[in-house]
Write a protein that binds this ligand. Sequence first.
Ligand code: PLP
Length: 631
Amino acid sequence: SDLYRVDGWGAPYFTVNSSGDISVRPHGTDTLPHQEIDLLKVVKKASDPINSGGLGLQLPLVVRFPDVLKNRLESLQSVFDYAVQSEGYEAHYQGVYPVKCNQDRFVVEDIVKFGSGFRFGLEAGSKPELLLAMSSLCKGSPEGLLVCNGFKDAEYVSLALVARKLQLNTVIVLEQEEELDLVIEISRKMAVRPVIGLRAKLRTKHSGHFGSTSGEKGKFGLTTTQILRVVRKLKESGMLDCLQLLHFHIGSQIPTTALLGDGVGEAAQVYCELVRLGAGMKFIDIGGGLGIDYDGTKSPDSDVSVGYGLQEYASTVVEAVRFVCDRKNVKHPVICSESGRAIVSHHSVLIFEAVSSTTNTCSQELSTIDLQSFVEKLNDDARADYRNLSAAAIRGEYDTCMLYSDQLKQRCVEQFKGGNLDIEQLAAVDGICDSVSKAIGASDPVRTYHVNLSIFTSIPDFWAIDQLFPIVPIHKLDEQPGARGILSDLTCDSDGKIDKFIGGEPSLPLHELGSNGGPYYLGMFLGGAYEEALGGLHNLFGGPSVLRVSQSNSPHSFAMTCAIPGPSCADVLRAMQHEPELMFETLKHRAEEFVHNDEQEKDEELAFASLASSLNQSFHNMPYLATQSSC
Ligand code: PLP
């Protein structure tokens, strides 16, 4: 497990068991040994054909663990409860989940259910997100907040006010100054008293990748001048008591508690000033940013890690708010956070299969090359290079070999382009140069593993912002990997490859794909936040199949509580406005026409039926490769 740092990034939810498989500990540190779930067994059960007792789900597959989600929520609540108690803080913490991190119905419903005992709420940033948050919160805690962020038009504001009428604990957070006029006007028309928050543009700036949200020039929030104008307008409208929440967000993956404390302290000062100006302040909403340790280093210097744990995060926040409020003699506000990444990242694992591997040099074996005739066909310059290369290889001179090898190849390509070298010669020169590279130890040992996956659909942040996630074989971890590889996906796009791994490694230790060793499964971990909604349809590969797995009551077993096959070819075609039913009819007519015109065809009806059925099947199957286990 050391090789893949599983104990670093995986704790307390993932570990390597005695069979060499990844085990999931659904309750984190509270998991008993017999409650561990062997991920390989889950994948087998999910992907085995229905007639062999499996679910027949095709890979790639997202396996969700609601127990992990529950544990994350409870852990977040308990670190804040502890900080509140140990700091002598005189108000409580209540979180909201920003649904944009993962809007999956079951994820949102689970969060509302698991968080209902401690007033957990939801945050929405658009009208559809607001609709889903409203309907989900009907089953949540009545005190759970419904925080309405994002750009707002009259329709958004009206909907948020409808939510308030429905007795959902709704706060409309002003992101733009102009939104205030809409809120005042529409709330009067609808005769509903709004609860208003405002998002402050803090001066504290997070310098990491996600920091563009923060600082004076950040994309969102109100400047100090705008805040003062909002207060004045609310006062003039007799609505200053409606202003109850101060929100800020300094960016995702906040690297250190020093930066966090700085930002929270600044916001607490703004909060106290709003109290002084007469607003009805009750809540300080510190936004998201609680980081994830993707590479297991716990280092703020790593792009994909942070230098603190959950408890340090909560204690820093509570301490910073208490300190400022006590100095200003202001009643402690309820602390709210909008952690997304930290809640949902761990609960889902993306499983995919490596279907083949190739060495990056798949050229002709030297023993099969007729060297004499090869040399005869070379022009004088190329022949000289060949001789120099052979001599340097005999002497074992690395640099000279590399020089003549490059030169020889280049000259041969030129000769080929000029029509003076045949294709067999061109293949032979690759074989010769590769065998010299091998002999002097310069050949590239890294292989390309082809994986049944679309990076654009399932790991879009790797492509877009170089975000690294831990990727690990989910089995064979008791065997030493015999190779190193990069991963290449199914899309026809040169960006569709993963050639950077946690720790900055340019390749991943991987096992040989044996001819009869069965499927080789890899897992991408900690990707439960953002990846699903951001994923696109490049090459029309749709989303993965999804499976929900809970710990069951019987020891060493698990329950599969929901299985949803991924979108079919018809589904993804529909997403681009094609009409699969019409397409099928068009192709069926063509099949009919050609079968009738085909004189070779003895049984036209049977031939037509078989063509139609295979076309129909193609529309209904997922776009991915039908792999060993699922076909
Ligand atoms: N709240 C707001 C306003 C955000 O913009 C974001 C994400 O960028 C979040 C919460 C969630 O942040 P994180 O996933 O880092 O917790």
